[in-house]
Design a protein around this ligand. Structure first.
Ligand SMILES: [Zn+2]
Length: 159
């Protein structure tokens, strides 16, 4: 006898495919769900509703892992950018992710918090793509805000 990890019913071993922790019924259900986009969306929505807090806490903890941070920052930025329709057709995810990874690396090495900045701000119609990205120290990025013609005042920011 074995307990199914999904429906938690205790069933005989013949009700399980070998090496599976869920019973045949549950495995089949899951495959059906994952191959039907509509059912999958409905299921995900329902799961979010029931276990939302738990899942969000999990996401937050996962984002703290060093190897996830760059990707997480990029995801956050992408989500915001999407809101503003700033993702172009030729969006280069690899390239953009590389920028975020580089910023992370420089921050770790120098202790200076680096930001990935949109040269032309999203608010001014700039694209969320490699061409429009630059690395800026966090303090400068905050000073820049949503200004297009930002002039660095080096006297204000001693090296
Ligand atoms: Zn089951």
């Amino acid at each position: 006898m074995k307990q199914c990890k999904t429906c938690e019913e205790i069933k005989t071993l013949t009700d399980f495919y070998s090496g599976r922790n869920s019973c045949k019924v549950c495995v089949i259900e899951r495959v059906k769900r994952s191959t039907n986009k509509q059912t999958k969306t409905a299921y995900d929505k329902d799961r979010r509703k029931k276990k939302g807090d738990e899942l969000r806490a999990y996401d937050r903890e996962r984002a703290k892992l060093p190897h996830r941070r760059a990707a997480h920052n990029e995801d956050t930025r992408k989500r915001r950018a999407k809101l503003k329709d700033a993702i172009p057709d030729d969006y280069d995810r690899e390239g953009v992710l590389a920028m975020y990874k580089l910023a992370q690396k420089i921050s770790n090495l120098t202790g200076v918090q680096m930001h990935v900045d949109h040269t032309i701000p999203l608010a001014c119609g700039g694209e969320h793509n490699v061409k429009n990205l630059q690395l800026l120290a966090g303090t400068l990025n905050i000073a820049k805000g949503a200004n297009v013609n930002f002039q660095l005042n080096w006297e204000k920011y001693p090296k």
